[in-house]
Design a protein around this ligand. Structure first.
Ligand code: UDP
Ligand code: MG
Length: 296
């Protein structure tokens, strides 16, 4: 029988894990005669009792595998660890807070049988998320797509179902600044969406405050686009012409000098971002550190 690993990143989800586990068990039952299903929880340095709950689940159930990080490495890295430790024919990636309905994994599997290597969850409605989050998310995916030479599906998180072929390619992508929802379409293969309404969090709070969202957004743009660098060139050219024209008017000239200075600083900043990222990659540090593993 073919195998499915359900990868679940976990960071401070003590109030969600048991319910998530139950719902995932329902999925396992639904797929009983089709797939052999394992759960692969990655505890991303939770500070609450998440790991104790996970250890107990692993102790009671052989199909529950747990990777315990030495500290918090971030959502994208936790998912990566799940993928790297999977050898299954299929992998499903799902959040631990039940915002992504687990039952959809069954639909995703059925869809994949039509010949798709990637089936991703496309969000239709976002229950009880702030207007701000909705607007920024809406804008982000569209800006990203206009900047990148890549068709990143809009309104799509990491909730997806992928085949081993895709996982194997992802395993060969060692970049530190990871933006999985961009990396998966980069890989190629045939993909299809399954639409769903994003639920409210079962319990607890989001770990993606504005700062983390901005970091993820920056990762998406700088990992998949060199356009900001090219933009600087065009800006430089534009300013050159502008300053030549403004030579005629002196007071305009002083304003221009200020403006040019600001733009230069901005440009250096963008170059710095890429430089910093190169530095991070050059260091070749491990992506994450595993403290313990259970049932694996
Ligand atoms: N998460 C993680 N490490 C982190 C932050 C989050 O593993 O540093 C997990 C979290 O437990 C959840 C998923 O990533 O399973 C998505 O996080 P969250 O629900 O907070 O994000 P949101 O849905 O609000 O975007
Ligand atoms: Mg969530």
């Amino acid at each position: 029988m073919k195998t499915l690993d359900i990868v679940v990143p976990v960071y401070n989800e003590e109030d969600c894990i048991e319910e998530t586990f139950k719902r995932l068990c329902d999925v396992k039952t639904l797929l009983l005669d089709k797939l052999h299903v394992n759960f692969l929880f990655v505890n991303d340095g939770s500070k609450d009792s998440s790991i104790d709950i996970l250890k107990k689940l692993a102790f009671d159930n052989q199909f529950v595998k747990v990777i315990d990080f030495s500290r918090n490495f971030g959502h994208q890295i936790a998912v990566t660890a799940g993928l790297e430790n999977s050898n299954a024919d299929y992998v499903a990636i799902i959040d631990a807070d039940l915002q992504d309905p687990p039952e959809l994994i069954v639909d995703m599997y059925n869809k994949s049988l039509e010949g798709y290597d990637i089936v991703y969850g496309k969000r239709l409605k976002r229950e009880n998320e702030t207007a701000f989050k909705k607007i920024t998310a809406f804008g982000f995916y569209r800006v990203l797509n206009s900047l990148c030479n890549l068709d990143i599906p809009t309104d799509t998180g990491d909730f997806r179902f992928i085949t081993k072929d895709v996982v194997d390619v992802l395993k060969r992508m060692p970049e530190h600044n990871r933006f999985i929802r961009g990396m998966v379409p980069w890989v190629g293969f045939k993909s299809a969406p399954i639409e769903f309404n994003r639920e409210e969090r079962f319990a607890g709070e989001t770990h993606y405050p504005l700062k983390a969202m901005l970091r993820l957004a920056a990762n998406g743009i700088f990992s998949f686009s060199l356009k900001p660098l090219k933009l600087i060139n065009w800006l430089g050219l534009l300013l050159l012409i502008f300053s030549l024209v403004s030579l005629i008017k002196m007071n305009l000239l002083s304003a221009t000098i200020l403006f040019v200075g600001a733009v230069q600083l901005f440009a250096i900043g963008i170059v710095g971002v890429y430089l910093g990222r190169i530095y991070e990659e050059v260091l070749k540090r491990p992506l994450y550190i595993v403290k313990d593993k259970y049932n694996m």
